[in-house]
Design a protein around this ligand. Structure first.
Ligand code: CA
Length: 202
């Protein structure tokens, strides 16, 4: 924990706290259950929760000139005030063709037509840190569009994870409140002689 504070600051601590949570995120969209996502020009609105949010989909077409084909999937979502977008991961891509990659892009705004293109890059495999690949993040509160593109072969399964946490100033507030509470009464779970530092260092 202390190493996380030294190396990653408060955001590092927040990521560490969430990394201790169950590996499964909340599935906010599963195309096999609720239908195909819209394209980047008209992305599907989704609501993110605090923590990991997973999107499962299928992407690809053998005819990118046909607009009815599944060459684009996209979501649009808001990072509310007091939060930030700290994680963007490719959990897996199961390509239907050898050595195939799929494109992942981020826009600031409600779609690719009116938003600002922040970056995009191809990726494949499992557990790829897309923020690191794109040179993005953490991103502040705002509206964002995340797009997936595939013009090679149809039926490629993928899952991406988006992680949100309270921004550092919100954590400072929580820590300050905990400190004030601790000054007024020592919680029984701390035990005699225990400190908040020792509790959080467990
Ligand atoms: Ca799709």
């Amino acid at each position: 924990m202390m190493e996380a504070i030294r190396s990653g600051g408060v955001t590092g601590v927040l990521l560490l706290l969430f990394s201790a949570a169950p590996a499964c995120g909340l599935v906010i969209w599963d195309e096999s259950a609720v239908g195909d996502l819209g394209p980047e020009s008209a992305p599907t609105p989704v609501v993110l929760v605090q923590g990991p949010n997973d999107v499962l989909g299928r992407i690809g077409t053998s005819n990118p000139q046909d607009p009815t084909q599944d060459s684009h999937d996209a979501i649009v979502f808001a990072i509310p005030a007091g939060h930030e977008w700290v994680g963007f991961e490719l959990l897996f891509l199961r390509p239907n063709a050898p050595n195939q990659t799929t494109g992942f892009a981020v826009f600031e705004g409600s779609d690719s037509l009116t938003g600002v293109f922040l970056n995009g890059a191809p990726a494949a495999g499992m557990n790829v840190d897309l923020f690191d690949l794109l040179g993005l993040g953490p991103l502040p509160s705002g509206t964002y569009t995340m797009g997936v593109r595939e013009f090679d072969s149809p039926g490629n399964e993928y899952s991406v994870r988006l992680i949100t946490v309270p921004e550092p100033s919100a954590l400072y507030f929580v820590v300050a409140v905990l400190g004030l509470v601790g000054m007024r009464s020592r919680p029984p779970w701390l035990g005699c002689g225990a400190t908040y530092r020792s509790f959080f260092s467990r």
